[in-house]
Design a protein around this ligand. Structure first.
Ligand SMILES: Cc1ncc(COP(=O)(O)O)c(C=O)c1O
Length: 463
């Protein structure tokens, strides 16, 4: 009798253990870093100040916004010292890893010596970084202008294209994001990011989006639309064409293979320049190449960059040919902070870390592995409509109906909350806001990828 009770108790303990194991949350890889004690204001206090003193246009992820107080490589820490795996990297920005010691060291050393001078005087930091950046560029792309952001870089690139060609019309792609100042808001083609202000001289071509696009993956049909814009919407001459290699804000949309060479040809035949916006895809993020445009086999006339260029420092750049660069000598072009010694010392350190640590190869290897694992997850979860991207620029699109491709807008928000509870921070975007954007620091490991997939699997199972 008693023996039976003991046996039953043993069995129920076993069942409980099995159940616990089944629901145990995925375990984050170990990481040897103890965050500093935090004695600053609480999340609630910061939220109160933000509501009172900052723009009401600011928004945040999660129903209870996170107070992130420290970062180390691919991890972030909140005010209570809780660790999170960062799969968004401050919107595809932190490439070497949060607070990488080489980058921090270079900035600190420069800050201790000279913080600011402007280009009115000589300083080696800006020249050294420009030389290093030019060495990463193909062809005749050898002249660098520094800016403070991606918006500024694209504004400058568009202006240079107009000055060089003497034409005004710019062609950009629907669903693109290029910035939020006067010219770049015109080039941006998603209503959520456009205000009702004058945005002239930009035509938006049909997006060569293999998943949702009107012509599937048919690059020729999409390129014909560019040709028709030129013929029916302009004088037949254009200033240029601007596009991302993979649309970031637009939801990690890869352009149909073969599209960019055809579009470039059409634009160049109409006298235009081709601008590659590498703000998100640049700096080894796509893994197979250093620049996103290289994955399409094209060489642009102007390349713009920001985000990854500085691992989080406010820095942007425009790189072009000596001939095109000449247009800015017609008047004075000046940017107070552009090429600031702190930023350019940091930028040079970023380039060195990317090379020293083989981060492009890591983005390629781990990114491909992660994409394969996400594809396998798609077989399990009906809600995953598409898995796409390359390297560490990956997208997972959620739909409530695979045939109709109905955007799963609420579901993605709930899944993100679950993922946060399990310790993973991921981005989201896309025109409908239903695409996970997975753009981690390039030091993200295979173990991180496994943990990420386990967490996403668990979160989607809870919906
Ligand atoms: C492709 C692309 N271009 C330009 C920009 C604008 O950059 P910034 O926010 O630094 O002005 C962004 C920002 O997300 C971007 O993703």
């Amino acid at each position: 009798m008693q023996g039976g009770r003991i046996a039953r108790r043993g069995l129920s303990r076993l069942a409980a253990a099995v159940e616990t194991a089944a629901v145990a949350p995925p375990r984050m890889p170990d990481f040897n870093h103890v965050p500093l004690p935090y004695d600053g204001p609480s999340a609630a206090e910061i939220a109160r100040k933000r509501a009172e003193f900052l723009s009401p246009s600011l928004f945040h992820f999660y129903s209870k916004p996170l107070n992130i107080v420290e970062g180390k490589m691919q991890y972030l820490f909140d005010e209570r010292g809780r660790r999170y795996l960062d799969a968004f990297a401050g919107i595809a920005t932190v490439c070497c890893g949060h607070c990488h010691p080489d980058v921090v060291g270079a900035i600190a050393a420069q800050a201790g010596r000279l913080q600011h001078s402007t280009v009115l005087y000589l300083n080696h930091a800006i020249a050294d970084f420009a030389e290093a950046l030019a060495s990463k560029m193909p062809g005749d792309l050898k002249v660098v202008f520094f800016t403070n952001s991606g918006t500024e870089a694209n504004e400058l690139a568009i202006m240079m294209a107009r000055l060089y060609t003497g034409s005004h019309d710019i062609i950009s792609l629907r669903n693109s994001y290029h910035g939020n100042a006067a010219g770049t808001m015109g080039a941006t083609a998603q209503k959520n990011w456009k205000f009702s202000v004058v945005q002239s001289g930009v035509h938006h071509a049909v997006n060569p989006d293999p998943y949702r696009g009107a012509f599937g993956s048919d690059a020729e049909k999409y390129a014909r639309d560019v040709q028709e814009i030129i013929e029916f919407g302009t004088t037949g001459q254009v200033a240029g064409f601007i596009s991302e290699a993979i649309q970031g804000v637009g939801g990690i949309v890869e352009l149909s293979p073969g599209y960019l060479p055809l579009a470039y040809e059409a634009v160049r035949s109409a006298g235009g320049l081709c601008i590659a916006d590498e703000v998100q895809a640049g700096f080894a993020r796509v893994g197979s190449h250093f620049w996103g445009f290289e994955t399409h086999g094209v060489v642009p006339d102007i390349v713009t960059m920001a985000k990854g260029i500085g691992n989080g420092i406010p820095l942007g750049a425009v790189v072009t040919t000596p001939e095109i660069a000449q247009v800015l000598t017609r008047r004075c072009y000046f940017n107070t902070f552009g090429g600031n010694p702190l930023c350019t010392a940091g930028g040079l350190a970023v380039l060195r870390v990317l090379e020293k640590e083989g981060l492009q190869a890591n983005a390629h290897a781990v990114g491909s592995y992660l994409k394969d694992r996400l594809r396998a997850l798609q077989d399990k979860h009906e809600i995953i409509g598409d898995v796409r991207g390359t390297g560490f620029m990956l997208g997972v699109e959620l739909v409530t109906d695979r045939q109709l491709k109905t955007p799963a807008k609420d579901e993605i928000c709930r899944a993100m909350e679950h993922m946060k509870e399990m310790g993973v921070l991921v981005g989201k975007g896309g025109f409908y806001g239903n695409v996970f954007r997975i753009t981690p620091p390039l030091c993200f490991t295979k173990e991180d990828a496994d943990f990420f997939v386990a967490v996403m699997d668990s979160a989607l199972s809870k919906l």
